[in-house]
Design a protein around this ligand. Sequence first.
Ligand SMILES: [Zn+2]
Length: 371
Amino acid sequence: MFTTQGLFAKGDGGGRRTLLRNSSFLRSRRTQGLKGRGGHREGERVRGPMGLRTLSTKAGRQTTLGDRATVAGIGVHTGLPVTLTLHPAEAGTGVTFVRCGVDGRPELEIHANARSVSATELATVLGDGTGPGISTIEHIMATLCGLGVDNAIVELDGPEAPIMDGSAARFVEAVDRAGIVRLAARRRFTKVLKPVRVIKDEALGELRPYEHGFRVDVEIDFDHPLIGRQEFGLDVEPASFRREIARARTFGFMRDVGRLWSSGYALGASLENTLVLSEDRVVNPEGLRFADEFVRHKVLDAVGDLSLAGAPILGAYRSVRGGHQLNHAVLCALIADPTAWTVVEAPAPRVRAHADVAAGLVAPAYGAEVS
Ligand SMILES: [Zn+2]
């Protein structure tokens, strides 16, 4: 069954669910994910650990994970050890974060959407106003969005997602271990109907209608000899996400370290998880993974931040000199204007001839508007 939970359906009262009482989350913890219940009750595995088949993010049916997968590391800001476990979730769940206490009991549950964002200064933080939230969610969110996972429970045993190597690579590996399964419910999208723009000082961000799926273009301009002005853009699809974006690491400047530390940030930052720049060079001995790794990482962040629309965006995003704050502001501006977007549902899957399958993916023909 599909619900509008997680979408900004007009008049939707909020994002919290009752997973802690009810849920596929607890069921998933007791079993081994969907597989543990005697095979794929509803799902059909579309990608195994080898990632041989690419599932279009524009495909018609919702997806979730085929199994659980865990990654462990430290938070880049808190410096605290944390374990993150991805769980399968039912259609219509979207992405929900569950933070568990030291006793393993769930103590905070937050649906990942723009209304749940409580801070965007140095990372994107979800919170419900009752206490510490869940920080630095953008890379795991980008991974789920980029690989086309609609529904998942993200369980954490600390207040911040692990930074791993500073990129989304370890999260991509985790999703590959879990596999992705299709569910019966049709996918819904947040379709941009008209341009929405936010300008703040020298930063500019905008979302525009785009007929070919979800596109992100980012331009950065840093007064640093190794960065300067860089541009990168792509249509966000699992294959392009993996190849171009997922491995780009977060970066920081030596000159900022003292100030960050004294404000209680970046306590876990190191050369293991951050590309560090001195005045004239990359400090990390291994150097850059891409010549323009900086702007690629900004694209990764934007994909994660915009995935908080609650349903995958059909539209093109462009940011100039932006960051988490701008990404969030543009998403909020979109949501605030009910004439600027609508929810569309993917057309019902049709029986495909072998020729269609061989040719790859069916061209999207987005269905009737359902909002
Ligand atoms: Zn980032």
